[in-house]
Design a protein around this ligand. Structure first.
Ligand code: TNX
Length: 519
């Protein structure tokens, strides 16, 4: 499908779209008619249209721009919507409020691209005539942002959420804790952020480089900031998935509370290096109690049905030599210290299940994952299908196609990136969630996919956006509806890039020339 009109270059591509004659003008005479239950969508729509047009778009019973929530509509699921634009009116309909929010983003994309800019013209704007019926294929369409390696203020997270919403992505996975920093405030344990939120310096270059920048890094959120972010995201139909990682990737917590470790008398600093840290949690009852308390506070702030507890890259070396670990292995009847990883995850996961939430863990090769966990497969697609066979729900996060800390192109002009691979736009667009042949039922276990932006090398919003876009556009396209082919996506992306440019996203065009100067 080659779309001649740039304003119809929607990303992700709607399931069904037919151009219609004429245009609908939004000006000072335009009124919204908002039916009960559609108020949130109307608020969001006004938030986008008012700055672009200078109009307040008040409600009127005879308004011609109509937002309808109608629970009897079938075939649209939780997130689908129907949109009709003609010269005399706009009708946006959905069976659920979230569907209306998705439709509002389509209206936003149908505006002239420069209406998305902060300095938009404040005059009448036209929407092109169109008929759309749109429903996503996958319910989990996400992006991970690592705010542990490099902190970003909550104000920036709001902008990122809004950019996700523009692409109908619905999960922001916030990686809140790691060896290099703890960003989540916990009233019961204030040292987690007071001590664990700051490090003396950062390694420069990849893991093991042994070069450091010699300046401090740090930051943490307040509870009010996070609660505000959750609300802001919910208004856009985006869920914030919090991640509190354990039993590895906890060096910042160990710096704050050494009694959580395997050598309680030893003082550790918040890690200044990259890579896999050898220090992991101890396995005493007090450690489990501590993290139950931490997670209870996390649950208070984040209403997400899913809560991520990490589980990746946990070396067992400290457990191999710890008498406490040996005692735990004996008491629990485990085969050896290697099994403590799964044992500890299962204790913490069970706590979340008791609280009515669904634990999410990273898939590792050798750990039996606790039943009831949703699994993020990152090392190998085979792990996704193995987890699905074991009855886990799965979020696809394969590093070869979804790690946006890898460079998006080769060449000396690219900004610093995780070495090892290139994840170019075509690779992301080739993301394939089709189950192995002969096992179609496994497809039902695949919730969707998400892009990962780890930030060892990424310090600024401009750099975050350079690495995120347009690769997240391709990811959004694949999880919303994988039917589009590459030439079709590329031709729509050209029109879509004008929107990203209007929003100030740097270098959303795949580079054909050096880009490092901008980042
Ligand atoms: C692996 S993916 C990690 C992260 C790193 C990333 C760098 C995962 C679950 N763990 O801690 O930041 O590689 O690409």
């Amino acid at each position: 499908m080659d779309l001649p009109r740039p304003e119809l270059s929607l990303v992700p591509r709607p399931r069904k779209l037919s151009p219609r004659p004429g245009r609908y003008r939004i000006d000072h005479t335009t009124r919204l008619r908002v039916t009960p239950g559609a108020e949130t969508a109307a608020r969001l729509l006004r938030g986008y249209l008012a700055p672009a047009t200078g109009q307040r778009l008040e409600h009127a019973d005879d308004g011609t721009f109509v937002l309808v929530l109608d629970a009897t509509l079938t075939g649209l699921g939780d997130e689908g919507y129907g949109l009709t634009v003609g010269p005399h009116g706009v009708l946006l309909r959905a069976a659920r409020a979230t569907g209306l929010l998705r439709g509002v983003q389509t209206v936003r994309q149908l505006l002239p691209a420069d209406a998305l800019s902060a300095t938009a013209g404040r005059g009448p704007v036209d929407l092109p005539g169109v008929e759309i019926t749109d429903v996503p294929v996958h319910p989990w369409r996400g992006a991970l942002l690592d705010v542990a390696r490099h902190f970003q203020p909550a104000s920036y997270l709001r902008r990122y959420v809004d950019l996700l919403a523009l692409h109908k992505l619905n999960v922001l996975h916030l990686h809140l804790t790691d060896d290099q920093g703890w960003r989540m405030p916990v009233a019961a344990y204030p040292r987690l952020t007071e001590v664990g939120g700051h490090r003396a310096e950062s390694m420069v270059g990849p893991a093991g480089s042994d070069r450091f920048d010699g300046r401090p890094h740090g930051g943490s959120y307040t509870r009010a900031e996070l609660a505000g972010l959750v609300r802001y995201a919910a208004e856009r139909g985006v869920t914030i998935l919090p991640e509190i990682g354990l039993p590895g990737h906890v060096r910042a917590a160990l710096a704050a509370y050494p009694q959580l470790g395997n050598h309680p008398g030893r003082r550790l600093d918040v890690w200044t290096e990259w890579g896999v840290c050898p220090n992991v949690l101890g396995v005493g009852d007090h450690v489990i109690d501590f993290f139950r308390t931490v997670l209870d506070e996390v649950l208070d702030v984040f209403p997400s049905p899913y809560v991520h507890i990490g589980g990746d890259e946990c070396p067992a070396d400290e457990w191999e030599t710890s008498p406490d670990a040996a005692a735990r292995v004996a008491r629990e009847g485990l085969s050896g210290p290697g099994e403590l990883h799964g044992w500890l995850l299962a204790r913490i996961a069970a706590h979340l299940v008791r609280a009515g939430r669904r634990p999410v863990v990273w898939a590792e090769t050798d750990t039996a994952l606790p039943p009831g966990c949703t699994v993020m497969s990152w090392r190998d697609p085979a792990h996704a299908w193995a987890a699905a066979r074991d009855g886990h729900d799965v979020v696809y996060a394969d590093h070869r196609a979804t790690y946006f800390d890898y460079a998006r192109a080769s060449g000396p002009g690219e900004p610093p990136a995780q070495p090892g691979q290139i994840v170019d736009l075509a690779t992301v667009h080739a993301l394939d969630l089709t189950p192995p042949s002969g096992e179609p039922a496994l497809g039902g276990r695949i919730l969707g996919a998400q892009g990962q932006l780890w930030t060892e090398f990424v310090t600024t919003p401009a750099h975050i956006e350079y690495l995120s876009f347009p690769r997240l556009c391709a990811l959004a396209e694949r999880v919303w509806d994988p039917a589009s082919d590459w030439p079709d996506f590329r031709s729509r992306l050209t029109g879509h890039q004008a929107r990203l440019a209007a929003l100030g996203v740097p270098y959303a065009v795949p580079p054909s020339r050096p880009a490092s100067a901008a980042v």
